[in-house]
Design a protein around this ligand. Sequence first.
Ligand code: NI
Length: 245
Amino acid sequence: MLLENMSYVEVEAYLIEKDTILIPVGSTEQHSPYGLLGTDFITAEAVAREAGRRLDILVAPTINYGMAQHHMGFKGTVTLSPLTMTAFIKDITDSFLYHGFKRIIFINGHGGNIEPIKNAFLQLKYENKKGIFEVISWFLLPEVQEIEKDIFEDKNGLHATPSEVSITKLLRKEAFKTKPTEKKEVVRNKSYSPLSRDEFKKLYPDGRMESAPWLAKEKYGKLIMEEAVRAVMNRVREIMKIKLL
Ligand code: NI
């Protein structure tokens, strides 16, 4: 069930029965020469929509931009400032609250979004707003990380991972005709976080973070996506059982 295809009359009817909405959130940011700039919103959207379909839960339009300041050293990346992202997420959450949604769950595809999203939730609670606000980052769920480890061993890494690239290969096959496939070195660096755009580029000159995206395959994308959908559904089901105060 997609919000963008409904009328307000249908949303009114939905709210008589249910109070949950999923909101996919990603980023438009570099994913090395191997991956797509849209990777994080393409994956989050696919996982959220499939979970929503199976659970018969409403899915909001995807947020395609996120907090990606550390990737700004690479062309095509777009970022919201951390404070803008927090304000943006807060306003979206507040709009759904106003209409009567009580369980507002962001399905997230990008690590840099987590803290601004949580800050938005904190701000809403500071304003004494009632409701359950959650962010589920599909790539951090233990079930997903387990299958990634089975397939890619220690080569999944932290960014431009073969896992997320595999899912986009499954969903956007055509876009990979122009992407490289050759192997490179996987470098592991001890460093600190957060990094500025200049620090990031110094540490990760081609945009990969300890990953081997050339290992990506459509068939892995299918397996990982299925695991991600199932794991997200389990979390959403748990949230739907929580008693509201
Ligand atoms: Ni990503």
